[in-house]
Design a protein around this ligand. Structure first.
Ligand SMILES: NC(=O)C1=CN([C@@H]2O[C@H](COP(=O)(O)OP(=O)(O)OC[C@H]3O[C@@H](n4cnc5c(N)ncnc54)[C@H](O)[C@@H]3O)[C@@H](O)[C@H]2O)C=CC1
Ligand SMILES: NCC(=O)COP(=O)(O)O
Length: 341
């Protein structure tokens, strides 16, 4: 359900009132009853809550229902709009842990998360920068990659939630190569058979022959060369300032970026409304909205549920691709896979 003080409950309600979502999956909400009731009212959705303490929704769910597993009983002062609390952060932690457990034991096929406030998660004593790192630990310490995806552009990140000043030391040969590998393997599995990857430079103009940095020659170019030797269709390092223009025209299936804002600024410019955050490398399927808790909008009914809907639909399509896995096209949605990709 995400942060009860943010827009999570209302965008969940709006998404689950849409037959395009409930037509493709049987959603089980993990969260707080009072927060979801309030979200339903804010969204103006015609939905009633069915308590599902131990169950998953039936094969034929009753129309207009939200199946809810109540994992918290927050007090009114712990869910004031725009006022995150440690209790809310702790509740988010429980929702995420339970969802991961249900995915791991096969009770559910996938999880889609609403936004959390990372500060309140940490204030509750859970020292994680975000879902991505928490899920990596909960599911066995896998190396994971954050991808944000829309129809026109996909980006994956070598470093995620890090101070910009730390990025250069974290851009290592091993990290760049493993991000390329995980991006390639995951795209091949879910989205395109033979993905074409662009790998970005860290510095302006690829370092301009060493004048503005040498990470390109020392680290990124050798990592791209190693990936190519493994048969991965990757090119780079390429200058970030021009590459996105070509990537958005279909030149690449994903762009491997060195740091958070290098990838997320162009992604959100094109796909703020419908972008989906996917964690690659996990043994489970996890998607998420591409935005945060939007405290300025919480409770107003003005928040767009489009990314929440897209995250739910993509999770369901990925799960179906697993169920029906075969030699046929692995693309669950056809999202942005250019011809010949
Ligand atoms: N998946 C997750 O759990 C994410 C959580 N966050 C967390 O969210 C909190 C707030 O982060 P911010 O940087 O302020 O980003 P934000 O995405 O919450 O808000 C940025 C701007 O976008 C607008 N906005 C966000 N979602 C919207 C929607 N669905 N419809 C219409 N407008 C929307 C907001 O009103 C605000 O003006 C932070 O604690 C951050 O860590 C941020 C990104 C992802
Ligand atoms: N900017 C994306 C973001 O912060 C999402 O993080 P996570 O909670 O999905 O790890």
């Amino acid at each position: 359900m995400g942060d009860p003080s943010g827009i999570g409950p209302e965008i969940i309600a709006a998404a689950l009132a849409d037959p395009a979502v409930t037509g493709i999956c049987r959603p089980l909400v993990l969260g707080d009853r009072v927060a979801i009731e309030r979200g339903i009212a804010v969204a103006g959705a015609q939905l009633s809550i069915v308590s599902a303490p131990d169950l998953v929704p039936p094969v034929d769910p009753a129309p207009g229902t939200i199946y809810l597993r109540e994992l918290s009983a927050l007090q009114p002062d712990q869910m004031l709009y725009g006022r995150p609390t440690p209790a809310g952060g702790d509740a988010c932690y429980r929702y995420i842990c339970t969802a991961a457990g249900l995915c791991m034991d096969g009770t559910v096929a996938a999880m889609a998360t609403a936004p959390i406030n990372k500060e309140s998660l940490n204030s509750a004593g859970h020292q994680f920068p975000g879902h991505t790192e928490l899920l990596a630990e909960l599911t066995g310490g896998h190396e994971v990659v954050m991808m944000l995806a829309g129809d026109r552009l996909r980006v994956t990140l070598v470093t995620i939630h890090e101070a910009l000043s730390r990025v250069p030391e974290l851009v290592t040969f091993d990290r760049v190569l493993s991000t390329i590998r995980i991006t390639h393997d995951s795209l091949s599995r879910w989205f395109c058979k033979t993905p074409r990857l662009a790998v970005l430079a860290l510095n302006p103009h690829c370092g301009e022959g060493g004048m503005f940095g040498d990470e390109e020659t020392r680290i990124i170019a050798p990592a791209v060369a190693a990936a190519r030797e493994e048969g991965i269709d990757a090119v780079g390092p390429l200058s970030a300032d021009t590459l996105f223009h070509f990537a958005a025209q279909g030149g690449y299936d994903a762009v491997v970026c060195m740091y958070h804002d290098q990838g997320l600024i162009p992604l959100k410019l094109l796909h703020f409304d419908d972008g989906v955050n996917v964690t690659l490398g996990l043994p489970i399927i996890r998607t998420s909205v591409d935005h945060g808790t939007a405290y300025d909008l919480a409770g107003t009914g003005k928040a767009s549920p489009a990314s929440m809907k897209a995250a739910l639909v993509m999770a369901a399509q990925m799960a179906q691709a697993v169920t029906h896995a075969g030699p046929q096209d692995p693309s669950p949605s056809g999202r942005g896979c250019p011809k010949g990709g």
